[in-house]
Design a protein around this ligand. Structure first.
Ligand SMILES: N[C@@H](CCC(=O)N[C@@H](CS)C(=O)NCC(=O)O)C(=O)O
Length: 218
């Protein structure tokens, strides 16, 4: 499998952590991508092969060993979950009646990622084109979603499962992105459950090995 990737993308990090937790990381060949800083508001030259594999030209994009292109992180994680099922038995998406609670929490966490990346793209625009209203709307959304995760902090705590589920993985990535892009603000004040949980889950090797620290520019 080939994965179009950058260390800066929270959606790509979701796929990387999922693959590591499922024991599939060694089967993935990384295709590093670079992005000029105007990617957020202009069509840019794409890393070789990306737009050919996926006309949406976003990362993550996974090309399976059968040559099928999957261009969306949720879909890629579902694919990896299915690949792992036979091999290790570990799953990031449960196959029992807890499944919909996991998807429900996942959608909230993924909504934060969409808002965070939307704000990042907006801030890359020339100053006179930045919309303060748009940025505030995303900030409000992020606050609401972190509050909802705090209210459901008990669902985030890993209990009997050997590996975190996709909602837990995505929620922790949202917390980590908030820390990395400091201008987003600290998610911890008023959210003790979420803060304590993040402290623990972020120590897992899959999280430590994928911590973002730079944006590769092309
Ligand atoms: N919903 C998509 C979002 C992917 C996404 O927004 N990727 C960003 C990087 S974090 C990207 O490729 N941006 C480049 C662009 O939109 O041109 C997913 O879950 O994979």
């Amino acid at each position: 499998m080939q994965l179009f990737w950058t260390p800066a993308s929270p959606f790509t990090r979701k796929v990387s952590i999922t693959a590591m937790e499922l024991g599939l990381w060694e089967r993935i060949e990384i295709r590093p991508t670079t992005w000029p800083l105007d990617w957020g508001y202009a069509t840019v030259p794409f890393t070789e092969g990306l737009a050919e594999a996926n006309p949406v030209a976003q990362i993550p994009t996974l090309v399976t060993d059968d040559g099928v292109s999957l261009g969306n992180s949720t879909l890629i994680c579902q694919y990896l979950n299915e690949q792992a099922r036979g091999a290790s038995g570990a799953m990031v998406i449960p196959n029992d009646d807890t499944k919909w609670a996991v998807w429900s929490l996942y959608a909230i966490a993924d909504g934060i990622l969409e808002a965070q990346v939307g704000m990042r793209a907006e801030q890359l625009r020339p100053d006179d084109l930045v919309s303060g209203g748009y940025l505030q709307k995303q900030r409000d959304r992020i606050e609401r979603c972190f509050d909802a995760m705090e209210a459901r902090a008990d669902e985030l705590t890993i209990t009997d499962a050997a590996i975190p589920n996709l909602a837990q993985i995505t929620a922790a990535i949202a917390c980590g992105y908030q820390d990395w892009r400091e201008w987003l603000g600290d998610f911890r004040p008023g959210r003790p459950g979420l803060a304590a949980w993040y402290e623990t889950i972020s120590q897992r090797p899959s999280f430590r090995d994928t911590e973002p620290d730079h944006t590769p520019e092309g």
